[in-house]
Design a protein around this ligand. Structure first.
Ligand SMILES: N[C@@H](CCC(=O)N[C@@H](CS)C(=O)NCC(=O)O)C(=O)O
Length: 213
């Protein structure tokens, strides 16, 4: 398999955690390369990363890719067996993706205080804060979002929390996780998971490159 990838994309990072945890053989194609980017655009009108290629199949969307990996059946399962626990995994991933990451995405263009749209920032921040509050009430603060093993909830949440923690100081919030003690304790513990820890380190390098530091 091959996957069109950007090291800093939280959606690509979600799939990279799953790839590592499952021990899958997936070649990463960096879209920082213009020729690779052009190939991706020719393959799918969405031309977003991640996009997985498996033989003739072109599969965009991080959630769909992760479920595809699961259903291929290689490597350890990242969805629990119990239906209620599976629902919890999907719920946490959706809260992270829809209610935290989506509004947080609007903040990336607002990092420079000189060109910042204060109304847009206030609206996006309000939504992020609401979503983070929901996560804080659904997590119990232990390592791993659901049960005692890595799941797709962790694959989705850990890269999102990376951005939440890093963006805070850029908007005057030095310790953004402080208001969410269960999320903070969970996120800290997830650094010790080898797969999440590895991908977090990759994102750290990519963010420093992006910021020119
Ligand atoms: N819902 C998608 C979001 C993917 C996404 O927005 N990727 C961004 C990078 S973080 C991208 O490729 N943007 C380029 C574009 O929209 O053309 C997923 O879960 O994979």
């Amino acid at each position: 398999m091959q996957m069109y990838n950007a090291q800093l994309s939280p959606y690509s990072a979600r799939c990279r955690i799953a790839i590592q945890a499952k021990g899958l053989d997936v070649e990463l194609l960096p879209i920082s390369d213009d020729a690779v980017k052009a190939r991706l655009a020719a393959l799918t009108p969405m031309h977003k990363v991640p996009t997985l290629i498996d033989g003739d199949h072109v599969i965009p969307e991080s959630d769909v890719i992760c479920e595809y990996f699961e259903e291929k059946g290689e490597g350890p399962a990242l969805l629990p067996a119990d239906p209620a626990a599976r629902a919890q995994v999907r719920l946490l991933a959706r809260i992270g993706e829809i209610y935290v990451m989506e509004p947080m995405g609007d903040l990336f263009d607002q990092i420079d205080p000189r060109t910042r749209d204060k109304n847009l920032v206030a609206r996006a921040m309000g939504e992020v804060v609401e979503g983070m509050g929901w996560l804080d009430s659904y997590l119990d603060g232990s390592a791993y979002a659901v049960g005692a093993a890595l799941s797709f909830a962790d694959c989705a949440l850990v890269p999102i929390l990376f951005f939440f923690e890093r963006l805070g100081p850029m908007f005057g919030e030095e310790k953004p996780l402080q208001a969410y003690p269960r999320v903070a304790s969970y996120y800290k513990a997830m650094h010790d998971d080898p797969h999440c820890g590895h991908v977090l380190a990759e994102m750290d390098v990519a963010l420093k490159q992006f910021m020119g530091i």
